[in-house]
Design a protein around this ligand. Sequence first.
Ligand SMILES: [Zn+2]
Length: 299
Amino acid sequence: MNKMEIIEMLAPLGYNCRSGLSRTGFRGITVHNTSNWNKGANAIAHANLLRGSWKSNYTSWHYVIDDTRAVRCIPENEVAWCAGDGRGDGNMKTINIEICDNSDGNILQATENAAELCAQILQRYGVSNASAYLYQHNHWTGKDCPYDIRRGNPCDWNTFVNKVQQKLNGGTSSSGADQIIRVGSKVKFNGVFKINEVIKPNDKYPNGAVGSYATCYGAPCDANDYIPCGPLATCNADGSNPNYNGVLRVGGYWTCDKIFNVVATDLPTKYLKNGVATLEADGVRFRCDCGPLYEVSNN
Ligand SMILES: [Zn+2]
C-alpha cells in the first residue's frame, strides 16, 4: 500500500466540537463513514469543518482518513462527539475514526488506510485481538454507519476486521529497528521535540511533565508517557537558544542534553520498530519510544 501520512489539524478548544474532556478508558476504536459524497469532501476538508462552520456542533472525531492521509482532529486522550451515545462508552471510551467516501476519492485505499491506522492504534494499546476492540458506529446507537462498509463497499465488516488483524499479526515478525536500546544503557535524546501537551504537577510528576507525540508515536495514552519537566530545556524550533530554566508551553519546543538510565524496555514491534524504553529522571520513571534516543558511553 501507499505510505499513509498522519497529520494533525486539531479542532479549536472552547467550542462544542472539542469538549477537552478526558477519555475515561479504552474499549477500542469506533469506525464510521462520513457519508459525505461531495467532491472534495476529503480528510482535510473535514478537519477544516471542525475549525469553521461545524465548530459549534457537538460533532467531532479523533481521526478522519482518506486515500492519502489521516488527520488527527481531536487528541486521542480527549473525547470526540462521534458515537452518538452521549456519555456512553462509544464517546467516552473509544477512539473514533471517520473514513471519507467523497465521490472523487478512492474508497478502497481510504479503507485500507483506515485498517492500517486501526492496527497502529491497537498495537500502541497492546491489543492483539482486533475483533474485540473494533466497533461499528451501529453498535452504540443502531445508526446505519459505517454506511459503506455495511454495504460491502469496498469490503464488508468482517473483511475489514480481518485486515486489521492481519496487520496486527505482522507486527512482531521483523522489527527493522535502527537500534535496540538495552536495560542498563545510558541514553540521551536526539533532537528537538514539539510540546503537544503539558500536565500540571501531580503525585507522579511533582514538577509537571510534557507530552510530545514524537516520543510516543501518537498522543500520550498512558500516565507514564509524559516526560518530567525537570531535565528539559525550552528552545527554538531549530534547537537554538536552549534554556533549562524556561517555561515549557504547548506549541513550544524542548531539547535535552542530560543522560538518562534505561531501567526497562519493551521489544520492538512493527509499529514501534525501535521499541520503548523506560527512563528515569528526578526519581520519576517514564516511557519513551527508542527512536529519538541514542546510547552514550557507559564510562
Ligand atoms: Zn458514524
